[in-house]
Design a protein around this ligand. Structure first.
Ligand code: ATP
Length: 252
């Protein structure tokens, strides 16, 4: 379980994350939604220890993440960041191989190569394995980074807007991948999503943030409601339910 206590991050005297308490239980897929600037990425990067909080603690299965050695943490938790700045003259295979670093320390074993292949196949990038990152389209590059995260094969996997730049086929495929990781492999998947329909369809629970605070939390049908979405985004969106499936009319 990931637990956040009294967690805060502030810039210029303004709390951009201000969470007295938040629990992300083990297993399942949690979507984090909320308007631009709500604090979603900041929360994710503090959980992944990419950014340090100004107050409070994050615990992973009861352990303060600041006390977990880096290589141990890297075998338990991984994160796909929104800004994947990385050397362009790196091939797709090399990048995905970095996901194995916590295990191989740079000397890839047969098992590592198998994981790399499996991850490339999951995002359908085998034909591009020898391409340099700057020779890929935006969506292909995004899938390469997703493959790197999958290759790391950690129990906790955090994603910040994984569907960025993806066409609809690959967006559906990545969401199904995350779903399978949670359902069949028992991983704990936490992902920031802007697409409310993907969040409604594929998540077990939704956390909705606004102004750095937790606004709503619960299963999709409790959060994906016209009143809640108006509160979050300031617009009226019609939500319907057909055959038990929630559908947000995102065109207003
Ligand atoms: N380095 C920084 N210096 C100052 N303010 C920052 C910095 N990083 C983030 N912020 C501010 O913190 C707030 C939260 O940013 P964050 O990126 O966490 O939001 P978000 O919910 O992920 O937004 P988006 O949906 O646009 O990605 C924003 O108001 C942002 O401007």
């Amino acid at each position: 379980m990931i637990r956040v206590e009294n967690l805060g991050k502030s810039y210029a005297g303004q709390w951009v994350v201000d969470l007295p308490e938040l629990e992300l239980p083990r297993g399942g897929l949690t979507a984090i939604i909320g308007p631009n600037g709500a604090g979603k990425s900041t929360l994710l990067s503090m959980i992944a220890r990419l950014q340090s909080p100004d107050r409070g603690v994050v615990t992973l299965d009861g352990q303060d993440i600041l006390r977990i050695p880096g290589d141990t943490l890297a075998r338990r938790l991984t994160v796909l960041r929104q800004d994947n700045a990385m050397a362009a003259r790196l091939t797709v295979s090399d990048l995905v191989g970095f996901g194995r670093y916590p295990y191989s320390k740079g000397r890839l074993t047969g098992e590592d190569h198998a994981k790399i292949e499996e991850s490339l196949a999951l995002v359908e990038l085998q034909p591009y394995r020898h391409r340099f990152l700057d020779e890929l389209s935006g969506g292909q590059r995004q899938r390469a980074f997703i493959a790197m995260v999958l290759a790391q094969d950690t129990e906790y996997a955090l994603f910040d807007e994984p569907l960025n730049s993806l066409d609809i086929r690959h967006a559906v495929s990545v969401m199904q991948l995350l779903r399978r990781a949670a359902e069949e492999l028992g991983k704990t998947v936490v992902t920031v999503l802007h697409d409310l329909n993907f969040a409604a369809r594929h998540s077990d629970r939704i956390i909705a943030m606004k102004n750095g605070q937790l606004q709503f939390a619960g299963p999709p049908h409790q959060v994906i409601r016209t009143v809640a979405l108006r509160d979050l985004y300031g617009i009226d969106l019609n939500v319907s339910r057909t055959d038990g499936k929630l559908m947000v009319d995102i065109y207003g």
